[in-house]
Ligand binder design. Structure first.
Ligand SMILES: NC(=O)c1ccc[n+]([C@@H]2O[C@H](COP(=O)([O-])OP(=O)(O)OC[C@H]3O[C@@H](n4cnc5c(N)ncnc54)[C@H](OP(=O)(O)O)[C@@H]3O)[C@@H](O)[C@H]2O)c1
Length: 164
């Protein structure tokens, strides 16, 4: 990847699901630091300490699963719902606005055109610092999916990739 980067064939190098130990190892033993780390980040898993670590190392945080893929009934969450109502926005828009205000790049997924448009329409309102603090209370600091540091899970994921 570094060769391709130096040759101008790739514009940036990114990684995904790298925790601080793995990321710093990569940075220390290579010349080009990753530009971005794509990691599970949503209201139930806010990645506050990882985000600080990434900032210190000039690596942009990018959220995968910004809606936790709908888990924990996120689109009916009362706290998010009342914030959304007060701005005349949807819960999806509040989540994306919250991520954006934190400096987190988000890549929401939808197969529906109207939802894609809804998900882009987050630049005409602002969450107050009180609202940002309220959303903070939803953090469980735990993955809604699985642990990328569990060797059995890493093995399972790796073997799945080899199958594809
Ligand atoms: N690097 C990794 O390990 C990793 C892991 C998982 C995912 N990803 C990537 O992360 C991105 C995010 O996708 P994701 O599917 O994981 O999670 P997500 O964006 O959190 O959730 C997608 C779900 O939310 C629904 N949705 C989207 N917009 C909505 C809206 N405005 N209102 C209500 N529901 C809405 C979608 O349904 P509809 O489609 O029916 O609208 C879909 O069921 C994808 O690009 C994916 O490839 C990366």
């Amino acid at each position: 990847m570094e060769e391709l980067y130096r040759e101008g064939k790739v514009r940036a190098i990114g990684v995904s699901n790298f925790q601080p130990d793995r990321l710093i190892d990569l940075i220390v033993h290579n010349e080009v630091a990753p530009a971005v780390n794509q990691i599970e980040t949503h209201p139930f898993h806010q990645q506050i300490s990882l985000h600080s670590f990434l900032k210190e190392n000039n690596v942009q945080i990018e959220s995968w699963g910004p809606f936790a893929e709908g888990k924990n009934n996120i689109f009916h969450n009362e706290i998010l719902g009342s914030i959304a109502d007060s701005h005349n926005k949807t819960i999806a828009q509040v989540i994306l606005r919250w991520l954006t205000q934190r400096g987190v790049v988000a890549i929401p997924k939808s197969v529906r055109k109207e939802r894609m448009e809804e998900n882009f329409d987050i630049f005409d309102f602002q969450l107050s610092s009180e609202e940002m603090e309220t959303i903070k209370t939803l953090d469980t600091n735990t993955s809604s999916f699985f642990d990328h540091r569990d060797p059995a899970m890493v093995k399972w994921l790796g073997e799945r990739k080899l199958d594809q």
